[in-house]
Design a protein around this ligand. Structure first.
Ligand SMILES: Nc1nc2c(ncn2[C@@H]2O[C@H](COP(=O)(O)OP(=O)(O)O)[C@@H](O)[C@H]2O)c(=O)[nH]1
Ligand SMILES: [Mg+2]
Length: 211
């Protein structure tokens, strides 16, 4: 997939503010400071479309980027920042769970973790939600450039084992916003799920309506 146009569409603090045009959505999520904005900017091939924040944990909105006039990349607020007040965390949790539960256009999710650490407890909680809500996802190990190759290989293998219990995991891939490693593979995987989603989103809707 080639990204030709990127249009920032909306920064939504509630589900009522989300676009009404029914285009497929690719969701990006990860701990605050994991490198989510850097990854998005690398995919966009732009320096500063997704803001690289110096105040982690501040963004509490869902940021929508219209890609090639065909789909949205949705930048979810980063989670796990210790200094955020409990009521803000609870509000975030409710918003995201509501979004996963109700938003039938979600075609695919990109779960970002630090290559050096692998998934943390909070990451595993999010991954559990993705699986529960039947959202296919890829686990991206970012900042791969900071990790020696042999350690990266070991990490990928370990993560493969720990992810094997999930039904909706579609891949595990190293990425670096610094070198661009993994960019082409990630875009390829996103593209594959966009085509698939156009057939399956209605099925997701029907099965939940029947249940
Ligand atoms: N070396 C390296 N640093 C990165 C990478 N991705 C992000 N960073 C750095 O990690 C910090 C947090 O990145 P940012 O994209 O703002 O994280 P976010 O809070 O998840 O959006 C910044 O200082 C980035 O320059 C990467 O792939 N490699
Ligand atoms: Mg950010």
């Amino acid at each position: 997939m080639k990204i030709v146009t990127v249009d920032f569409t909306v920064s939504a603090a509630s589900l009522q503010q989300l676009p009404k045009d029914n285009l497929p959505e690719i969701v990006f999520l990860g701990r605050s400071n994991v490198g989510k904005s850097s990854l998005l900017n690398k995919l966009f091939n732009r320096k500063n479309v997704a803001r690289i924040s110096s105040t982690p944990g501040k963004t509490r909105e869902l940021n929508y980027y219209l890609i090639n006039k065909q789909m949205y990349f949705v930048d979810l607020p980063g989670y796990g920042y210790a200094k955020v007040a409990e009521h803000v965390k609870a509000g975030w949790t409710a918003l995201i769970e509501d979004y996963f539960h109700s938003r039938k256009q979600i075609a695919f999710a990109v779960q970002i973790v630090d290559a050096r650490l692998g998934p943390t407890d909070l990451d595993n909680l999010m991954i559990g939600w993705l699986d529960f809500y039947k959202i296919p996802f890829v686990l991206v190990l970012t900042k791969a450039d900071k990790t020696p190759f042999s350690r990266l290989q070991t990490q990928v293998n370990n993560v493969k084992v720990s992810m094997s219990k999930y039904h909706y995991v579609r891949g595990i891939m190293p990425f670096s916003a610094m070198t661009g490693d993994g960019r082409a593979d990630l875009l390829k995987m996103i593209e594959a799920h966009i085509t698939f989603a156009q057939h399956s989103s209605s099925k997701r809707f029907i099965s939940s309506a029947v249940a």
